[in-house]
Design a protein around this ligand. Structure first.
Ligand code: ARG
Length: 563
């Protein structure tokens, strides 16, 4: 039984000028429950019928069939408002046990997600956090919708910077130091290279020569490159482990080395290449964009060349429904350019390439310390959050079992939630007070609500497998009904968040659910003597627990049973 579907069916019998999909998309959930549980606005129909929208609304109410799923259908202003039959609605939402189950929208189709994708021998810092967790969350969201997801870490593991690193290592590097200090040592000598190259431009020539050696398969060059890569990956994986994130593929930029030539030839065959000062470019004048660079005058390939090649490879390998790229918005032009090149090549799937840009992270200054210097390293940040959470737990609940594990789940969850709470394109200002506030619209608040629901269920020895006759008519409180209405929205929130590529829809939703639940919890005692009432309320609590947990899960955040 689906109430929204029933509304669509009822409306489509009386409105011939809109398709079922159009009607479905127009249906709203009024924020004020007095205005009904669902509402259908008639503004759009005003043009078609050449009539005032409120007249149309009242005509629809006249014509519409009765349905026992609704207690009332009435016109208010330009809207047709639907009031659900509460008891049926509540029973329908709570009894199925399917609220959190995977959907079948995706029908097994494949979504490729390209995210995180840090650069070798560069710090894994707070800026990379966003692509990592937005991408991971979108992955979970699409899986929930029944798509098959392929998470690709398109490592920045090729390019002239490796020539520089090799020169730097040969001049100032020490194997022992690098083995001891890992990526930090690599960054140190890389920075030194830049300082020195300003004084001595010959260094740049040497670096170019080493990169050419790499491109030509020189063993010494490739061994060093592989070593730098291993060291960097070890560092990245520390963070992925903390976040409990895995990738299906680590095919980075270097993976496409032997695949680019074919693509360049294809571009030439399709007459898309122009030569400009020895470089091969694709002009994008008509699109008002600067040209897309395919090879430099020395023949070396570029970031865009590898992206074009990777897209074609992925289409052939995974036959994706969508290929999604999560990066900061400063790469907007890059993606717009090479997406256009794919289109010009005649690939009709160019519209399945989707760039998902996000805003910057800035620090509330001075509040964040880092042992390693100016850059905020991700593992430092996560560890600091865990430490701070541990202190809070020591104050609030010193006897809690498993304190370390819970501090980890809450400390990391807090950072993730903060990052995923606003529209992704907005900049994030990082402030510890906000991130770790247990009462605000935060991760800890939502996790705490989940732990609270779990604790009620534990006290009641609630067994979800025990089949009981629940009398849903006992859930008469408005506060209970508000919770049920929010629960009912879950699947559609997941759908909307996928359509708009916005994990923030989920984080906003789960805060709503937690707030609704806490209002209910404070006003409607659950473990009452009346067994029937108690069972009905416990059923509600159980559903809330499941959906909070699943929402957090979609965001990549754990839901501890106790806090
Ligand atoms: N390595 C790039 C960076 O750190 C991000 C790569 C994004 N993915 C892609 N296919 N271009 O900025």
């Amino acid at each position: 039984m689906d109430f929204k579907n029933e509304i669509v069916t009822l409306l489509s019998k009386v409105i011939n000028d809109l398709s079922v999909e159009e009607i479905n998309d127009l249906i709203e959930v009024p924020s004020n429950p007095q205005m009904g549980d669902f509402a259908f606005p008639c503004f759009k129909l005003a043009k078609v019928f050449r009539k005032a929208p409120n007249m149309i609304a009242s005509d629809i109410v006249e014509a519409i069939e009765e349905s026992n799923m609704f207690s009332e259908i009435k016109q208010v202003g330009a809207y047709v408002n639907f009031y659900v039959n509460k008891q049926k609605f509540i029973e329908n939402v709570l009894s199925t046990g399917q609220l959190s189950e995977k959907l079948s929208d995706g029908n097994g189709k494949t979504i490729v997600l390209d995210y995180s994708s840090p650069n070798i021998a560069k710090p894994f810092h707070i800026g990379h956090l966003r692509t990592t967790i937005i991408g991971n969350s979108l992955y979970n969201i699409y899986e929930h919708l029944g798509y098959k997801c392929v998470g690709v870490n398109h490592l920045g593991d090729w390019g002239t910077q490796f020539g520089k690193l090799i020169v730097a290592y040969k001049k100032w590097g020490s194997k022992e130091e690098i083995e001891k200090n890992g990526i930090n040592e690599l960054i140190k000598i890389y920075v030194k290279f830049h300082d020195e190259a300003e004084k001595d431009s010959e260094l740049d020539d040497e670096a170019r020569a080493w990169f050419t050696k790499m491109e030509n398969g020189n063993e010494e060059a490739l061994d060093l490159w592989q070593w730098f890569k291993d060291i960097s990956l070890k560092e990245f994986k520390k963070v992925y482990n903390m976040l409990d994130i895995e990738f299906d593929s680590y095919a980075g930029e270097s993976f496409y080395n032997d695949k680019m030539e074919d693509v360049i030839n294809e571009l030439e065959d399709k007459d898309l290449i122009k030569i400009s000062e020895g470089a091969k470019i694709v002009l994008l004048e008509e699109e008002n964009m600067p040209p897309c660079l395919i090879t430099k005058k020395d023949g070396s390939t570029l970031y865009a060349t590898r992206d074009i090649t990777a897209a074609i490879y992925r289409k052939n390998t995974y036959d994706f429904e969508k290929c999604i790229y999560v990066t900061a918005f400063d790469q907007n032009l890059h993606f717009a350019q090479w997406f256009k090149v794919i289109e010009k090549m005649g690939y009709d799937w160019s519209d399945k390439l989707i760039h998902v840009p996000y805003g910057l992270v800035s620090m509330e200054s001075g509040k964040l310390s880092s042992r390693k210097g100016k850059v905020i390293y991700l593992d430092d940040l996560l560890n600091e959050s865990i430490e701070k959470t541990k202190k809070i737990i020591e104050e609030k609940n010193p006897n809690l079992e498993n304190k370390d594990k819970i501090a980890k789940d809450v400390g990391i969850g807090a950072i993730l939630f903060n990052d995923l709470y606003n529209n992704r394109i907005k900049d994030v200002v990082f402030s510890w007070d906000k991130v770790l506030n247990f009462d605000g619209e935060t991760g800890p608040y939502v996790q705490y609500t989940h732990a609270r629901a779990s604790s009620v269920l534990r006290k009641a020895n609630y067994d979800m497998n025990e089949s009981k006759d629940i009398d849903y008519s006992l859930l008469t409180d408005d506060l209970a009904f508000a919770v049920v209405k929010t629960l009912e929205r879950f699947s559609n929130v997941v759908r909307d968040s996928a359509n708009k590529l916005e994990p923030s829809f989920i984080s906003r939703y789960v805060v709503d659910l937690a707030q609704d639940f806490n209002r209910f919890y404070h006003n409607c005692p659950i473990l009452v003597d009346d067994v029937k009432l108690r069972d009905a309320r416990l059923k509600l609590v159980y559903n809330v627990k499941v959906i909070i947990k699943e929402s957090l899960n979609l965001l990549g955040i754990k839901a501890p049973e106790q806090m």
